[in-house]
Design a protein around this ligand. Structure first.
Ligand SMILES: Nc1ncnc2c1ncn2[C@@H]1O[C@H](COP(=O)(O)OP(=O)(O)O)[C@@H](O)[C@H]1O
Ligand SMILES: Cc1ncc(COP(=O)(O)O)c(N)n1
Length: 265
């Protein structure tokens, strides 16, 4: 296809910085036609999540079917999936449509600390979605929840990545934004055999709302265009670094990243 298409299956962030809003902005900036199936609507701004309103399973299924029937995506990204029923539905749809380029961003908690995934759903994510994932992109707390161990040092991250690969993830990206490694942010890619570290200067800012969504969406867009996972992560790293560096300084809390910065440089 001349232009690639990508589908995000995630929540809506009324504040525009995370969720499907971040995904669609990122897809667009990387030249990929973005489509979305909403799992939930959140009333959100830079100060936190002020309400979570899950969609019905019927609404989620119909959105996915409508896209699959007429606009089959080259790559799919999942974000906030809210509960195990939704996770089971998404897993069923991935199998039904034989989608094999699925990027799972295992969203669990918003930056302000509000839960975006019910506790009981973590097991479903591991059992149902991990085996179908082309790439999984946990941050450090999410990696800890998924493998049940402390994940801080690079060695921890390598062990966690191996465990997630054993659970079925074909590629694992352990995001390092929550890391304590001083003035560097190190993201770690594991492809089942080799590790690749993507380093960048840590930017001292509170405006990191939606960084994980944006990063995973950039990986998804690049994969939709046919890039290798390693090349996709490399581009996503540059994309998110520019998006944080050229912050918009919006809002009183954790402000959003700048989704057009990458193309402005
Ligand atoms: N302060 C920062 N400076 C530079 N890069 C950052 C910073 N915070 C996050 N990032 C980048 O954004 C990515 C996602 O951020 P992270 O906090 O790890 O995930 P999440 O937003 O899902 O919690 C990281 O892998 C890293 O590449
Ligand atoms: C609807 C929605 N989805 C995901 C996130 C996580 O955002 P972050 O990338 O900052 O962890 C969010 N805050 N809201």
């Amino acid at each position: 296809m001349k232009y690639a298409r990508a589908l995000t299956i995630a929540g809506s962030d009324s504040g525009g910085g995370a969720g499907i809003q971040a995904d669609l902005k990122t897809f667009q900036e990387l030249g990929v036609f973005g489509m979305s199936a909403l799992t939930a609507v959140t009333a959100q701004n830079t100060l936190g999540v002020h309400g979570v309103y899950p969609m019905s399973l019927e609404a989620l299924e119909n959105q996915i079917d409508a896209v699959a029937a007429d606009l089959p995506p080259a790559a799919i990204k999942t974000g906030m999936l809210f509960n195990s029923d939704m996770i089971e539905l998404v897993a069923r749809k991935v199998k039904e449509y034989d989608w094999n380029q699925v990027v799972i961003d295992p969203v669990m908690v918003a930056k302000g600390g509000q839960s975006l995934l019910q506790e009981e759903a973590v097991e479903a994510l591991i059992e149902q979605l991990l085996p179908l994932s082309y790439v999984i992109t946990p941050n450090l707390p999410e990696a800890e929840a998924l493998v049940g161990m402390s994940v801080q040092t690079i060695e921890d991250r390598k062990l966690a990545a191996k465990k997630l690969h054993q659970k079925g993830a074909r590629h694992v990206v352990i995001k390092g934004g929550h890391g304590k490694e001083g003035d560097q942010v190190i993201d770690l890619l594991f492809d089942g055999e080799n590790f690749t570290e993507f380093e960048s200067q840590r930017i001292q800012t509170k405006h990191t709302h939606g960084t994980g969504c944006t990063y995973a969406a950039a990986i998804t867009a690049e994969i939709a265009k046919g890039k290798s996972v390693k090349d996709a992560v490399n581009t996503a790293k540059q994309f998110i670094q520019a998006a944080i560096e050229h912050t918009l300084e919006f809002g009183e809390g954790h402000g959003p990243t700048n989704h057009w910065a990458y193309n402005e440089k």
